[in-house]
Design a protein around this ligand. Structure first.
Ligand code: ARG
Length: 458
């Protein structure tokens, strides 16, 4: 491509570090799409006749077919990267005319454009994957009915909640993840073509027309910035990392809940695996891998931040390191989201175990205090009295509701007969009847509104 200036070809070892075709092959569709738009742009700029442009576009479509027919990146072309490969094939198909396509363009604005196109599509696909995971969680909430769960702080039982409420917590996290990815998309969706190597193209290209042909919102504003900026990659990786971190928390909770010690939930055979030596084992591998992939995705984000932090303007070859992290992160995130959905779908919750756990460890103590407040006791005094009652119950090895009314009144004289009704799980959750609270009424309303938003998927 630059043979004129060089007397000899590249060293093998140099090629091993420099060639990107094995991985930037992922961009072949985007590269051809961008080249077709450029071929149209060159007509407006007076570089190509309409007929020449049409011939180039037809040949680029043929190259696209060739690329689709290949099982993977070509290994015998000698091309350094995907841009070179496409141009090589184009010249092979139309001869000298093919050599005109690169007029006024650089691989620098080309690769930035390709990667923005790819990232935009990958974000759109992840937005759909997130919807799938949300739908699985909403469906679980709907089928959970009145399954109770212990709500924890410090992983100590705190107050009872319903399973649907827990599901909705993750639905909300994922919703913010969607918003962050969609927001990153708005800044990714600008077109660098026309920036050329760094200073802007010398041909009167209608950058706005090219941008809109490619579905971008606008051309980028500064040519130096356009060819060297990868913050759209970094932002997308940041949003992907946070989404993965949310999935990792979900996975971690489910791994705990499926232990023999907790015994709240069992997962389907299709997302678990056995042991080669221990015949009884059923391991939550899918969840562990979701948790494990998260480190890798976060690592990609970190790697990209470090890759750009010392780069002078404009393009530097370090930027070629942008591709593998974003390709891998978005692929792994997709796996994680879809597998989280499948695992949640396959989950079988053991309502009795969950109920017993939710009722244990004096998780209705706050209820008792609230009850006393309702009978005129100041909250701090009520808190103190209930704390004393918990100690009595610990001594007697029973729950608060197993104490007699006399025993309760001995410490909390304001208590009356109705106190026992207030100590049930049903009452405890029903009273959390505020927007965002765990009362079944609120949870069901939230589930219904999510159901309406997600449509009938799942
Ligand atoms: N393969 C290169 C990359 O991905 C394309 C841009 C090459 N530009 C250059 N000035 N060498 O970054």
């Amino acid at each position: 491509m630059w043979g004129g200036r060089f007397a000899s070809g590249p060293d093998e070892l140099f090629r091993a570090i420099n060639d990107s075709l094995p991985f930037d092959w992922t961009l072949v569709e985007q590269d051809i799409t961008g080249s077709i738009a450029w071929a149209r742009g060159l007509v407006g700029a007076g570089v190509l006749s309409a007929a020449e442009s049409e011939r180039l576009i037809a040949a680029l479509s043929t190259v696209r077919e060739e690329a689709r027919a290949l099982p993977g990146p070509p290994t015998d072309s000698g091309a350094e990267d995907v841009h070179t490969w496409v141009e090589q094939r184009l010249i092979a198909l139309v001869g000298d005319l093919g050599k005109k396509l690169h007029t006024g363009r650089s691989r620098n604005d080309q690769v930035a454009t390709d990667l923005r196109l790819w990232t935009r599509d990958a974000i759109d696909a992840r937005l759909a994957d997130i919807r799938e995971a949300q739908a699985a969680l909403v469906a679980l909430g709907e089928r959970a009915g009145s399954v109770f769960l212990p709500g924890y702080t410090h992983l100590q039982r705190a107050q009872p909640i319903v399973l649907g409420h827990w599901c909705l917590a993750y639905v909300e996290m994922l919703e913010r993840d969607r918003q962050r990815l969609a927001d990153a998309r708005t800044r990714a969706n600008l077109c660098p073509l026309g920036s050329a190597a760094l200073a802007g193209t010398a041909y009167p290209i209608d950058r706005g027309a090219i941008a809109s042909e490619l579905g971008f919102d606008a051309p980028t504003a500064n040519s130096l910035d356009s060819v060297s900026d990868r913050d759209f990659v970094i932002e997308t990786l940041a949003a992907a990392s946070l989404c993965a971190a949310h999935l990792s928390r979900l996975a971690e909770e489910l791994i705990i809940y499926t232990t023999g010690e907790f015994g709240f939930v069992t997962f389907g055979d299709e997302v678990t695996s056995g042991s080669s030596i221990m015949p009884q084992k059923k391991n939550p591998d899918a969840l562990e891998l979701i948790r494990g992939k998260t480190g890798r995705i976060i690592g990609h984000h970190t790697a990209m931040l470090i890759a750009i932090k010392g780069l002078p303007l404009a393009y530097n070859k370090d930027l070629q390191e942008d591709k593998e992290p974003i390709f891998d992160a978005m692929r792994q995130l997709s796996l994680c989201l879809r597998l989280a959905a499948k695992t949640v779908e396959s989950s079988d919750w053991h309502a009795d175990r969950c109920r017993a756990a939710a009722a244990g460890s004096f998780s209705n103590a706050t209820e008792l205090a609230d009850y006393l407040v309702g009978r005129g006791v100041a909250f701090r005094d009520a808190h103190h009295q209930v704390g004393q009652l918990v100690r009595v119950a610990i001594e007697r090895e029973c729950a608060l509701e197993d104490l007699s009314l006399d025993q309760i009144r001995g410490v909390a004289p304001a208590a009356e007969d109705g106190v026992f009704e207030r100590l049930t799980l049903e009452s405890a959750v029903a009273r959390r009847d505020v927007p965002g609270g765990t009362s079944p009424k609120r949870v069901n309303a939230q589930l219904a509104s999510w159901r309406a938003k997600l449509g009938s998927c799942h």
